[in-house]
Design a protein around this ligand. Structure first.
Ligand code: PRP
Ligand code: URA
Length: 209
């Protein structure tokens, strides 16, 4: 699928299957999401540009590869985005963080914004927006359009599960933003939930209903 990277690493797939199981506890779900996010972060940052920096090893001087440009920005789409964010920060502790608070109206499935805070200089940074679920894509597109309005240009979207309908909507709204996902599921059900999916990601992470 154009612009979509499927992260099919066996460890990701194994952990995701445990997360999907309705018998998996809140604690295990949260831990697995954090673990998977390390592996997904590795893939979504695979093509970051490098430069070199002179360092001295105990043996001699060398031009050592280091990340080029300003610190990355991870944009967490609340609430469930925080589950991915934590693991990503384990891997890239110096990243800056944006929070985009959105919830889905259960009737219309529109994304309702309730919070937004982002580093002020997004225009020359790589921004990785994270949310475990891409269902209708209303939340992801609203969040990314908000980040674009704040100046972000180089944006990628990282999720755990995507519905084909969500990918199509996302592509239409944001043709240039690449999507990274661990799975593309079958479809959305009549309530806008991903099937087979894993249920409500936020509820499963935090033990709410
Ligand atoms: C969930 C999920 C996404 C959104 C995906 O959030 O974390 O943000 O739904 O659905 P969409 O693609 O149809 O917009 P929810 O609105 O349940 O809020 P929460 O993260 O606070 O639980
Ligand atoms: N949000 C979720 O948490 N799960 C879905 O299946 C769809 C939207």
């Amino acid at each position: 699928m154009d612009g979509v990277t499927l992260v099919d690493h066996p460890l990701v797939q194994h952990k995701l299957s445990i997360m999907r199981d309705k018998g998996t506890s809140t604690g295990s779900f949260r831990r697995l999401l954090r673990e998977i996010s390390l592996l997904l972060c590795y893939e979504v940052t695979r093509d970051l540009e490098l430069t070199t920096k002179k360092i001295e090893t105990p043996m001699e001087e060398m031009d050592a590869p280091v990340l080029k440009g300003k610190k990355l920005v991870f944009a967490s789409i609340l609430r469930a985005g925080n589950g991915l964010l934590e693991g990503m920060l384990d891997l890239v502790p110096s990243a800056r963080v944006a929070h985009v608070g959105l919830y889905r109206d259960h009737e219309t499935l529109e994304a309702i914004e309730y919070y937004y805070k982002a580093p002020h200089d997004l225009s020359d940074r790589v921004v990785i927006a994270v949310d475990p679920m891409l269902a209708t894509a209303n939340s992801a597109t609203a969040a990314i359009e908000k980040l674009q309005a704040s100046g972000a240009k180089d944006i990628r979207f990282l999720c755990l599960l995507a519905a084909p309908e969500g990918i199509a909507n996302f592509r239409k709204a944001l043709p240039d933003v690449p999507i990274y996902t661990a799975a593309i599921d079958e479809r959305l059900n009549e309530n806008g939930y991903i099937v087979p999916g894993l249920g409500d990601a936020g509820d499963r992470m935090y033990g709410t209903k």
